[in-house]
Ligand binder design. Structure first.
Ligand SMILES: [Zn+2]
Length: 201
């Protein structure tokens, strides 16, 4: 079966010292690099959160605190984030320990000022980011997913992968969540929606 590896947002701002830090994020790097060293993938895709400064998803743009609930604008929320992954900054770069030479395609998301993108398949307002067409064009049937953060961008990407009729796998040693205390709830949601959770890479 033709297969893709999809690495979600492995960027400095989502690692321990970043602006939207996911705790213990760097612990996933060996598992991610093990997946990257597997030459059986037909394509390796990395998504990259890539916001303009002053993005509407940033709490600072609204003079509010990070993680404040916010549902006033279509495509933004349900919470506001710290400034992160601003185009061209170190925080937006891929983590230096990830072997980015193995990436075949980089998909940038969140590039429009007034809409966020959690899924690599579509903006939060439903605008298609082209990934489904790319994968269908390559006759990909199955997608292995890993990256940051499990409960946000990995989750929304995996749900869209299922909705687009791909066999969809998430590798648990190669993900970390922002909201650790609800990890099991997110895992159950994914399983109920047809995502396979793999315990080993
Ligand atoms: Zn973002």
């Amino acid at each position: 079966m033709r297969k893709a590896l999809l690495l979600v947002d492995l960027q400095n701002d989502f690692y321990e010292n970043g602006n939207l830090a996911v705790s213990e994020a760097s612990k996933i790097n060996p598992a991610v690099n093990k997946l990257l060293s597997n030459n059986s993938y037909n394509i390796v895709i990395a998504s990259q959160d890539w916001h303009p400064a002053g993005h509407r998803s940033f709490a600072s743009t609204h003079n509010m605190e990070a993680f404040t609930p916010y549902e006033k604008e279509k495509g933004i929320g349900p919470v506001l984030w710290p400034d992160h992954c601003i185009q061209g900054t170190y925080g937006a770069d891929f983590h230096p320990d990830i072997d980015s030479n193995k990436f075949d395609y980089i998909l940038r998301k969140g590039t429009e000022n007034d809409v966020d993108s959690y899924s690599a398949f579509q903006d939060n307002d439903g605008t298609d980011l082209g990934l489904n067409g790319l994968l269908k064009g390559l006759n990909i049937k199955e997608i292995d997913i890993c990256g940051l953060a499990f409960d946000v961008c990995v989750k929304y990407t995996a749900l869209d992968a299922v909705n687009n009729n791909f066999k969809t796998n998430i590798f648990l040693p190669a993900v970390k969540a922002v909201d650790k205390k609800n990890f099991n709830q997110h895992a159950d949601d994914l399983k109920e929606n047809g995502v396979n959770l793999k315990r080993e890479v």
